[in-house]
Structure formats: structure tokens, C-alpha cells
Design a protein around this ligand. Structure first.
Ligand code: DX5
Ligand code: ZN
Length: 216
């Protein structure tokens, strides 16, 4: 199954709950929430209190993308805020195994993200325990960047790795620069969760969600 995951980073924060309700009602099954600490990435966004506030507007899955150093320190906070999936960056964890185990011990689905310069083979030791791999198709930190084309090869190799290890159920999420022109080829490469920030929230979010979903 394919999922469209609007990234609220490009939403109007003055009416964030409303924006989330609109995209969920239009058919987005997953809401992508980008948490940034100004250290792992050169930008700040929001944290658990904001996620907790908007949790009440929809039953859609909350997919929390932690772009923060040593995320293990905050996992309980994000679980308590209502996260269904917590994704941490390979590059940001001192102990990846322990961090993923802690997410799973909280009863939350675990995702592992790799930035554009990180090769996908680092994922292999963890792939049997996690629920999702997140391939960053831009350098993390900002919305509105251009999709990096060699992400397609990374998606293919992660899909092959998951299949060969008997994990045909693995979710592969792609984040950054997804738009009308490339979403279909991202799917063909093997992804099934598609993050879109500016492509959803620029213009009419409800119409954009329907148009992007129709391309899947
Ligand atoms: C970037 C974030 C993305 C971003 C996507 O660090 O992780 O989720 O908001 O935005 P677009 O779709 O505009 O590239
Ligand atoms: Zn993201």
C-alpha cells in the first residue's frame, strides 16, 4: 500500500491543526512532522508540545521525523505526544541499536533515516527489527529543496535489501523535493511512503493531496 505523508513544515503554523485536518480529510493517511534542533540540522522547528496539541484533530498516523542529536533523550516525550512512528537519523545516534530498541519498547513503530551522503549499507544491521527506512532525497533541514536524483538508486537498493532479508512488508519513505513530476518514479524505484511539503501546502492543500495521490 502507498501512503502520502504531507510534511507540515510547509503548512501555515497559525492554523496548523486546521491544515492537518484538511490534508487528512483529503486522503493523506500519514502526517509527517519534522522536528529540528538547530544542531543536527541548521534549523529549528517544533517539539513534542506542538505535536501533542495537534494530535486531537485527526486519527491519521503521526510520523515523527527527528532531526535531532541523540534522539534517545526524547523518545518518551514523542510517544506521549502521540507519535505512531518515530524515525531517527543514523548519523545522529551514538548507539543506533539501543535507540531503535527503545522506540520499539515504547510500542511505537521505528524508522531509521539516512541523509544523502550516507550509504544505504549502514542500514543492513538494523533492517530486520525496524518498520521503516527513510531515504532523505534532500539535505535535511529545510523544505522546498530539489530532489537529489541518485536517491532513486538508494531506494532501489534498500528495497532489494529488505526483500532479500524477507522483509517485504518494509515501509520505505522518501523525503525531500517530491512533486508531481517525480512521485511516480520514486514509487517505481520501490518507495511506498511519500513525504511532500511544498507540493502539498503551496496552493490548495486539499486539491494537491488528491492530485498527488492520484499519481500513486
Ligand atoms: C526536510 C524535511 C522534509 C521537508 C520536505 O528536512 O525532512 O520533510 O519538509 O519538504 P519538501 O517536500 O518541500 O521538500
Ligand atoms: Zn522530514
Amino acid at each position: 500500500m502507498d501512503y502520502l505523508a504531507p510534511s507540515v513544515l510547509s503548512a501555515d503554523f497559525s492554523t496548523l491543526g486546521n491544515e492537518i485536518a484538511i490534508v487528512a480529510a483529503a486522503g493523506a493517511e500519514v502526517i509527517h512532522l519534522d522536528v529540528m534542533d538547530g544542531s543536527f540540522v541548521p534549523n529549528l522547528s517544533f517539539g513534542a508540545p506542538v505535536i501533542s496539541s495537534v494530535r486531537k484533530v485527526t486519527a491519521a498516523l503521526f510520523d515523527v521525523h527527528l532531526m535531532i542529536q541523540e534522539p534517545i533523550r526524547y523518545l518518551e516525550d514523542f510517544k506521549n505526544a502521540g507519535a505512531d512512528i518515530i524515525t531517527v537519523h543514523y548519523e545522529a545516534c551514538k548507539n543506533v541499536e539501543e535507540t531503535l530498541a527503545k522506540i520499539l519498547s515504547l510500542g511505537v513503530r521505528a524508522g531509521l533515516a539516512v541523509s544523502p551522503d550516507t550509504p544505504t549499507d549502514v542500514i543492513e544491521p538494523y533492517i530486520e527489527t525496524i518498520d521503516m527506512v527513510l531515504i532523505m532525497s534532500v539535505y535535511p533541514g529545510f523544505g522546498g529543496q530539489t530532489f537529489i536524483e541518485n536517491s532513486l538508486d538508494k531506494i532501489k537498493s534498500v528495497r532489494e535489501m529488505a526483500d532479500s532479508l524477507g522483509r517485504k512488508d518494509m515501509w520505505i519513505e522518501v523525503d525531500g523535493g517530491i512533486d508531481y513530476g517525480n512521485i511516480a518514479k520514486v514509487k517505481t524505484a520501490g518507495a511506498n511512503v511519500f513525504v511532500a511539503g511544498s507540493a502539498v501546502f503551496k496552493g490548495n492543500p486539499s486539491v494537491n493531496v488528491k492530485k498527488l495521490r492520484a499519481l500513486l
